[in-house]
Design a protein around this ligand. Structure first.
Ligand SMILES: Cc1ncc(COP(=O)(O)O)c(C=O)c1O
Length: 393
């Protein structure tokens, strides 16, 4: 405890989760009830019907809102449902600015669900303020920020983008899935809302799909509370419990994710079969200084371009043994994937199309030397790049 109140780890374990009043249980109970007894019509203990509010969900919402420094937070059935909840706050006809390498599902939601409903968007490099300036329209109402982005790990200056959005009467929303509130707190930097796929680091164990939104402004929060209940894309109580349990170890997991990812990035950067490593912890990364200011650590995601081309990138993702070939990210186990054919396939043919030589790693918390040895052997199995033919053993 400090003068500023309990620290991050203490809140992750205790915020919204006092021992159960009825039994003293130190673990938040999973309340499966869909309805709650009323002593007279409209008189109850805060819970009527579980779509509107559920005690296990309330505990998760209080804990994660506290970790993000929000006044309120709302849990959703998935990250996409959380994104949809935020987009429903925009007036019809709004124009949205989104990152040129946003998560493919975010692009699909905005382009193919909101687009036909009369919303427009421009994909722009949010790290380039001139590009943001020229993409701005009178009807721009939202700047959607991802930082680090998925899968290119571009770093965007949240404070600068939020200030620009506010000067022009728009909202700034940050998808904080890659960084987590342990490494980065966008509301403190001026963002209006933070969105999460809790499926990733917050859940942390690849066993729950969920989403979350934290907000600073009580009026905006009230509008999202209405959307959450009216649309009803809420998580079940077991899912809320699993995310709540994941949050308790978030800080220690993130420390290990960052350390392992840093070691992996250093290995890849020195490897002849790798053309470019994208990792904000490397000094060579264009967003390194900004990341060092804005984030507490570089995160656990590493992307890299394989020198030889798509066939070699596919050989690497098929060749690892500890890294599992799978979509998703942010859990204890290391994953490897080919974004162009997997997570970002929905962006094919769009301005957000991903380089087919790109490989994305979600570096887990296994033994560091096992991860490094696994990548070494997968890269060794590559056909030699043309200029290196005949060299070496
Ligand atoms: C950055 C980011 N935002 C949002 C989502 C969507 O979350 P979900 O899969 O939980 O709907 C993902 C999923 O991969 C993601 O990587």
């Amino acid at each position: 405890m400090t003068d500023a109140g309990p620290g991050f780890e203490t809140r992750a374990i205790h915020a919204g989760q006092p021992p159960d009043a009825a039994t003293g249980a130190v673990v938040t109970p999973v309340h499966l009830a869909t309805t709650f007894a009323q002593s007279a019509p409209g008189e109850h203990q805060g819970y009527e019907y579980s779509r509107s509010a559920n005690p296990t969900r309330t505990a998760l919402e209080a804990c994660l809102a506290s970790l993000e420094g929000g006044t309120r937070g709302f849990a959703f059935a998935s990250g996409m449902a959380a994104e949809d909840g935020v987009l429903r706050l925009l007036p019809p006809g709004s124009h949205i600015l989104l990152p040129a390498d946003a998560y493919g599902g975010t692009y699909r939601l905005i382009a193919r669900v909101y687009g036909p409903a009369g919303y427009s968007f421009t994909a722009v490099d949010l790290a380039d303020s001139g590009a943001v300036e020229s993409a701005w329209r009178d009807e721009t109402r939202l700047v959607w920020v991802e930082t680090p982005t998925n899968p290119m790990l571009t770093i965007v200056d949240i404070a600068a983008v939020a200030a620009m959005a506010h000067q022009r009467g728009a909202l700034c929303v940050v998808d904080n899935t890659f960084a987590t509130p342990y490494l980065q707190r966008p509301l403190e930097l001026g963002a209006d809302a933070v969105v999460h796929s809790t499926t990733k680091y917050l859940g942390g164990h690849s066993d729950v799909v969920g989403g979350f939104v934290a907000l600073a402004d009580p009026e905006l929060a009230q509008r999202l509370a209405f959307v959450q209940n009216a649309v009803g894309a809420v998580p079940g109580p077991v899912d809320c419990y699993l995310v709540l349990r994941g949050l308790k170890t978030l800080a220690v997991r993130m420390e290990r994710h960052c350390a392992n990812a840093s070691a992996v990035a250093r290995l890849l950067a020195a490897h002849p079969a790798v053309e470019l490593v994208l990792f904000p912890g490397l000094e060579s990364h264009p967003g390194h200084a900004l990341a060092a200011r804005q984030m507490r650590g570089p995160g656990g995601m590493v992307s890299f371009l394989v020198r030889g081309g798509e066939a070699d990138a596919l050989a690497v993702v098929a060749g690892t043994r500890v890294f599992t070939l799978a979509e998703s990210l942010g859990a204890v186990e290391s994953l490897i994937e080919h974004p162009a054919r997997m997570t970002h396939a929905s962006a094919a043919g769009s301005p957000l199309e991903v380089d087919p030589r790109l490989v994305r790693l979600s570096v887990g918390i296994e033994t560091e030397s096992d991860l490094l040895a696994d990548l070494e052997q997968a890269l060794e199995g590559l056909p030699a790049p043309p200029h290196a033919k005949g060299q070496g053993p």
